[in-house]
Design a protein around this ligand. Sequence first.
Ligand code: FAD
Length: 509
Amino acid sequence: MHSSQFTVEPPSNDRVERDVPGLRSPASGADRAPLTYDVIIAGCGPTGAMLAAELRLHDVRVLVLEKETEPKSFVRIVGLHIRSLELMAMRGLLDRILEHGRQRPAGGFFAAINKPAPKGLDSAYAYLLGIPQPVIERLLEEHAIGLGAQVRRGCAVAGFEQDDEGVTVELADGEQLRSRYLIGCDGGRSTVRKLLGVGFPGEPSRTETLMGEMEVGVPQEEIAAKVAEIGATRQPFWLRPFGKGIYSVVVPAAGVGDRAEPPTLDEFKQQLRTIAGTDFGVHSPRWLSRFGDATRLAERYRVGRVLLAGDAAHIHPPTGGQGLNLGVQDAFNLGWKLAAQIRGWAPDTLLDTYQAERHPVAEDVLDNTRAQMELLSTEPGPRAVRRLLTELMDFDEVNRRLIEKITAIGIRYDFGAGPDLLGRRLRDIDVKQGHLYGLLHRGRGLLLDRTERLTVGGWSDRVDHLADPTAALEVPCVLLRPDGHVAWIGDDQQDLDDHLSRWFGKPAD
Ligand SMILES: Cc1cc2nc3c(=O)[nH]c(=O)nc-3n(C[C@H](O)[C@H](O)[C@H](O)COP(=O)(O)OP(=O)(O)OC[C@H]3O[C@@H](n4cnc5c(N)ncnc54)[C@H](O)[C@@H]3O)c2cc1C
């Protein structure tokens, strides 16, 4: 058993109703092991690392269990879209991340339709950052550890049992650990989701793609000519030089196989010959992998004290480059709510707003990837629809709507009736102390007050107050949640207090 550092009683609002599925009472409170951690996270991918960091901002005791002994070596170049770049800016991470990536125009991602982004996208970070996924994972893990999260590698979560006070988590080697909550950030084949018995309905993979890094035996010009020829057919196919004679190779697989098994070099050669008429003399692979185009969404994100986030909750084809972004944004939504629950100030329904807000967002992403996959088809019908949509994207509003979807800046959570800004995220604006996102690094709420006569009163331990008549806002005041979404707009103190209670619980005495 892992050594226990802390033993505390959960605050009174931390008890979970007994009638939730999967909830058991294996032992009386007196017999149970101490709640060593507040939160155990299964999986140290981008979602798990981001969540750990968000929880640490609120001093939550976090342990991340990662089944792999070493960080991943295979290099998917992913795109960080605008909303994720904004999250990084909100936590003071953006400069470090920008050093490792390449900025590219924000447009041209919806079904790879080559249209530039419309002018005046509503963000101070209106670009895409191309960055290798292992680099993002390393930076997020370092960030989480820097804030005090513990990460244990080589530890696979193999089982768990929850009761009314916590979760007993069992590792593959039989060790047992106890925490108040368990979060499955353990990817598309999530053990946590399966053990929880949560359904994962959707469509299975129809196609599969092989991806790897290897050396080639023919000159670059020969490769470039073939890649251009086959690229025009919109099949997933490329050989891109990666430096030191190594190429990143992507080619359609022959069929849908067992994704648990990595492909062989022979499989690559065979498929390259089938698609390109030559295997380019590929040899000496660094790593080989495969991915499919399955689309699935977890039926629930929470069962009692166990929650799901990232690929554990949703999978879809990589079209438009949204999966990692979606997972990191799940973590950003969940982190402060779970921390509030653990710190004891969360309003009763706050934690459940995680599913209420994020499930529809994932549904929308799944739908847009389904649509993009159709638009990438080489069949005559979808090609005609693609031509039509390409024409329609000349209308600024159509182009803008699609980009706001892919980059996640168009999200509006349902906070009830109110002005259009309510429920949306606020862009980074200039304020008298510099820029708005610079004031959100600690993951607290913020009242941005142009009237200079409001107060956050008894909530000042959770919510900062910036009185700034010069702030570039078109409304008198906004209350921002720690994730930067607008929770209230107005100028009336009583109305503000009601909304502070709604989102931040009871005021301190
Ligand atoms: C070819 C390709 C290109 C892509 N391009 C993009 C892109 O441009 N933009 C984008 O946003 N997304 C992209 N994606 C999707 C992105 O890679 C995933 O959505 C992202 O990795 C999900 O992060 P995650 O942390 O939720 O899950 P994962 O990255 O899958 O991390 C899960 C972690 O949990 C660990 N784990 C698993 N089981 C256990 C267990 N039982 N106990 C403990 N640990 C466990 C795993 O080892 C892993 O480290 C792409 C995907 C592919 C295949």
